[in-house]
Design a protein around this ligand. Structure first.
Ligand code: UD1
Ligand code: CA
Length: 458
């Protein structure tokens, strides 16, 4: 039977250095609050329960955690007395009894499920505790991992308590730890606060376990994976790493990115094989791009689904509720919102199509606007299959342009156009013979008179 696992996520820190009204762990990476990244990793690593230890903004953080997992446990840490004290705030959840316990920080969003699974595997292999370590170029500020020659961890020494020799160690504590659930409470309760900071250090668990002759091991992770966020500068650095990872994943999965560094993904972007993404494309949340679709340069997409063979942009904006059918086309300087654009339909230039449906193979001329908003409510525009809407037309919703209907360019359409009908809704043209020449001559004479007055000969 699979082992049960409780993941305790510490998120009671004030995050003062973020200089924010919001709790640190609610700040987003790839559009998703940091704590949700951590919960996702924990769940993907087989956690059967999540417990979050919260400080301020408790309610909002709770809501974020609930988005990722059913029946999480929450504990409030009223005073920040250290990481050991914080873990014990989740005492009730721990007492429910789990095979494995993972401790994670809510501000370390790049942690990978693979690493957590490796730490859990060490417990199965006989360790009481497994600590995730990393090699730091500059270990200042981190707890140092003091390892004996057989690879057993002897202790974790916090910076402020370390001797000079211990400070020269570059193998550091990432903050992620796995330990067995059995004996966990008695060991956590044995942690004291007789140290330089007067805090209850979770890291003391290591020396306590060794005192009981239990095995404690270390696994190493890449330094990037365990980067913690304390400032917005670090938040941006973590975002960059996340984006690099995601672009690489996308390319290895068969997506072409012409200039990867300029493509910005969201946590939930889905892109199919053989899609082509040109430079400077931003994916907001909720975008699915099918294989074989093309997103030209400088597009902003959000909450939309793009089918195979469809092309978007350059310079297009797709807003939530947009669905582009197979081989549909949305061209330059178009905005589409809450619209169903059926197979092979074309919205090629300078249009706004919102709250609309566009039938298969319909052609929407340049500068067409669906006037969906009357100042109070939104209304729908329906355009049938094989319809043709001439350039620079306004479709005043609610209105329907029928199947194979034709709208003359420059029309302001306020009434439904039946199937197969032609509608022309604009001022009639007036043509006067010779008047063009008359106007030209009059203008020329006026200019000459002006020049003569200024003392110049033309
Ligand atoms: C901790 C580790 C250190 C490790 C480093 C990695 C301890 C004693 N030290 O140090 O070995 O190298 O992380 O980044 O564990 N928190 C609470 N309540 C508290 C204290 C902390 O919720 O009372 C949370 C914080 O919000 C944060 C995390 O625990 O997310 C780590 O706390 P922090 O004070 O940053 O620990 P460090 O001193 O950096
Ligand atoms: Ca820290």
């Amino acid at each position: 039977m699979a082992r049960s696992c409780l993941s305790i996520i510490l998120a009671a820190g004030d995050g003062t250095r973020m200089k924010s009204q919001r709790s640190k762990v609610l700040h987003e990476v790839a559009g998703l609050p940091m704590i949700r990244h951590v919960v996702r990793a924990a769940v993907a690593a087989g956690s059967t329960r999540i417990a979050a230890v919260l400080g301020r903004d408790g309610g909002l953080v709770e809501r974020a955690v609930r988005e990722e997992t059913a029946e999480p446990a929450f504990a409030q840490q009223h005073e920040r007395l250290g990481t050991g004290h914080a873990v014990l705030a989740a005492r009730e959840a721990i007492a429910d009894g789990f095979d494995d316990i993972l401790v994670l920080f809510g501000d370390t969003p790049l942690i990978r499920p693979e690493t957590l699974l490796r730490a859990r595997a060490a417990l199965v292999a006989g360790a009481q505790i497994c600590v995730v370590g990393f090699r730091a170029d500059d270990p200042t500020g981190y707890g140092r991992l003091l390892v004996d020659p057989d690879g057993q961890l002897l202790a974790i020494r916090e910076e402020k308590d370390a001797s000079d020799a211990e400070r020269s160690v570059t193998l550091c504590n990432a903050g992620v730890m796995a330990f067995r659930g059995e004996d966990a409470l008695s060991m956590l309760e044995a942690i004291g606060n007789a140290n330089a900071k007067g805090e209850y250090y979770l890291t003391d668990l290591v020396a306590i376990a060794r005192g009981r002759e239990m095995s404690v091991t270390v696994i190493e992770a890449g330094g990037e994976e365990v980067l913690g966020v304390n400032t917005r500068v670090e938040l941006a650095a973590v975002e960059t790493i996340w984006q690099e990872r995601r672009r690489r994943e996308a390319m290895l999965a068969g997506v072409t990115l012409l200039d990867p560094a300029t493509v910005h993904f969201s946590h939930d972007t889905q892109v199919g094989q053989d899609a082509l993404i040109e430079p400077n494309v931003v994916f907001g949340p909720g975008v699915t791009v099918a294989g074989g679709a093309t997103i030209h340069a400088f597009c902003h997409l959000e909450g939309c689904r793009i089918e195979a063979g469809a092309t978007v942009g350059p310079f297009a904006r797709l807003r939530p509720g947009t669905h582009l059918g197979p081989d549909a086309k949305v061209g330059n300087f178009c905005e589409v919102k809450n619209a169903e654009v059926a197979e092979g339909a074309k919205i090629n230039h300078l249009s706004y199509v919102g709250d609309a449906s566009v039938g298969a193979r319909a052609n929407i001329g340049a500068g067409t606007i669906t006037c969906n908003y009357d100042g109070a409510s939104k209304h729908r525009t329906q355009i049938g299959a094989d319809a043709f809407v001439g350039s620079n037309s306004s479709l005043v919703a609610p209105v329907r342009v029928g199947t194979m209907a034709y709208v003359g360019s420059g029309s302001v359409v306020t009434q439904d156009v039946p199937d197969e009908a032609l509608a022309i809704a604009r001022g009639r043209q007036v043509t006067k013979d010779g008047r063009g020449r008359e106007i030209a001559e009059r203008n020329r004479a006026a200019k000459a008179a002006k020049a003569a007055k200024a003392g110049k000969t033309p």
